[in-house]
Design a protein around this ligand. Structure first.
Ligand code: NAD
Length: 439
């Protein structure tokens, strides 16, 4: 099948390359000329394990190309995926829909015949119907557009696997259209493997995505709220999480207490969900998500306060090493990263902050150019008065506490992700502290 993918960021570049991997002919479209030039050369503009190989295979097979030309997109295929950004609006909780609208405005006037647009971006409920009206108003005589919603659930760090073999495929359609038939063809390979395929109306599909993210955020904030009580009561949140997680109604996943969630999805998605519920007159339904957000943001503040205590009450002049600045391991994404937020706050309060991250430092430098970025974990740790584990990259989890002790000035560590073996670090002479555990 031929198809375009409009918006080639984390989601779109991955989707385009993976659709080519499934045997389709794909044209990736973006307004960012630099990004398109990189992708056209076979370079992935961000870090995503396995994606460079999939991108190269698609290009070499002649099934994957990139362009900034919407007229070319209109000619290339009758199926278009929409994966542009939907960030939080400045000064509001609501999602900024200007990019999805503008993609429709740029594409539709070029179309001839019948086209299907499958939206993948995470959008407030009602957006697909609004875009359908917009597309209808822009379509030339003889052209028609059907908008369907096919939300994306991929996780950065596992994006290739999640795109090729997703947990489920969700599709929201209008009655009487051909979008379901189109999606069944696009996803023929995963569907043959028995991956669940759920078809609903547009509003339901939009709500599935935001509800999934709201649930995940709530689970993380739940254990972080418990973590606050654990610290006050002298309990250990990691043991609480382990014990309650054995109940398979609860489960162990997303029950890791620590610095909380960040990234380009969860924080803005729960806020957009709150805003949209308010617009729909269902404000009370989601007021608890404000608390979920507040608990999450408190983690960062709490870490800064703990760090201050750990260096004797004065941040000014203290030499603090922050390990990790990506919002999670196996990603170079620093959008709303708790790790980078903590590093930035400590620096603004006068600490000498050194950061090391295996992949995210170029992105972090753009946001916080004033932090000191080291070349390696070893270089970052030299002479530290305090070490903070902020992103649980495997490289950090594997560090040898005895060796690291030789690099720092004072062996004090705050494990912001409850990721290290506390007894191993304590036995190596470290003053080991962690969020949600007594010390
Ligand atoms: P991103 O910022 O990495 O990419 C968005 C891309 O859209 C950019 O390359 C931008 O240049 C491009 N763009 C903007 N306006 C355009 C236009 N008019 N025409 C063509 N391209 C345009 O964002 P992302 O992380 O890929 O997220 C995209 C959407 O997918 C968001 O709605 C997000 O919530 C959702 N999503 C993301 C993930 C993820 O893990 N990143 C997972 C699931 C869903």
């Amino acid at each position: 099948m031929r198809m375009t993918v409009i918006g080639t960021g984390y989601l779109g570049a991955t989707h385009a390359a993976c659709m080519a991997e499934l045997g389709h002919e794909v044209l990736g479209i973006d307004v960012d000329e630099h990004k398109i030039a990189q992708l056209a050369k076979g370079e992935v503009p961000f870090y995503e394990p396995g994606l460079p190989e999939v991108l190269s295979r698609g290009r070499e097979a002649g099934r994957l190309a990139f362009s900034t030309d919407f007229a070319q997109a209109a000619q290339f295929a009758n199926v278009h995926f929409l994966g542009v950004g939907t960030p939080q609006q400045k000064g509001s909780y609501a999602a900024d829909l200007r990019y999805v609208r503008s993609a429709v405005e740029q594409l539709v006037p070029h179309l001839e015949g019948h086209h299907v647009i499958l939206g993948k971006s995470t959008v407030p409920v009602g957006t697909a119907a609004e875009l359908q009206e917009l597309a209808d108003s822009l379509a030339r005589p003889g052209a028609s557009v059907e908008i369907a919603w096919n939300p994306e659930f991929l996780r950065e760090g596992y994006a290739v696997k999640d795109t090729i073999t997703p947990d489920r495929i969700m599709l929201g359609v209008r009655p009487g259209g051909i979008a379901e038939q189109v999606a069944r063809e696009v996803y023929a390979t995963p569907l043959e493997q028995g991956i669940p395929f759920l078809v609903s109306n547009l509003a339901t599909a939009e709500l599935v995505k935001v509800s999934a993210n709201a649930f995940l955020a709530t689970k993380i904030s739940f254990i972080n709220a418990v973590s606050e009580v654990c610290e006050a009561a002298g309990a250990d949140v990691t043991q609480v999480a382990r014990a309650i997680g054995y109940d398979d109604r609860i489960g162990h996943k997303f029950l890791g207490a620590g610095l909380g969630f960040g990234g380009g999805c969860l924080p803005k998605d729960i806020r957009a969900y709150i805003a949209r519920a308010g617009e729909l007159g269902a404000t009370e339904a989601l007021t608890f998500l404000r608390e979920v957000d507040a608990i999450n943001m408190r983690r960062r503040e709490h870490m800064v306060n703990l760090a201050k205590r750990a260096v004797g009450g004065h941040l000014i002049g203290a030499s603090i090493t922050v390990l990790g600045c990506a919002f999670k391991p196996n990603s170079d994404d620093v959008r709303d990263s708790p790790a980078l937020n903590v590093a930035g706050q400590l620096s603004l309060k006068g600490a000498q902050v050194t950061v090391f991250d295996p992949q995210a430092m170029d992105n972090a430098r753009k946001i916080f150019p004033t932090l000191h970025y080291a070349e390696s974990a070893e270089a970052a740790l030299q002479g530290a008065d305090l070490v903070i584990l902020a992103t649980e990259w495997d490289e950090f989890v594997q560090l040898d506490p005895t060796q690291v002790r030789g690099w720092v000035r004072t062996p004090v560590l705050i494990d912001g992700r409850n990721a290290l073996d506390s007894s191993r670090w304590a036995e190596a002479g470290w003053d080991y502290k962690a969020l949600g555990r007594t010390f």
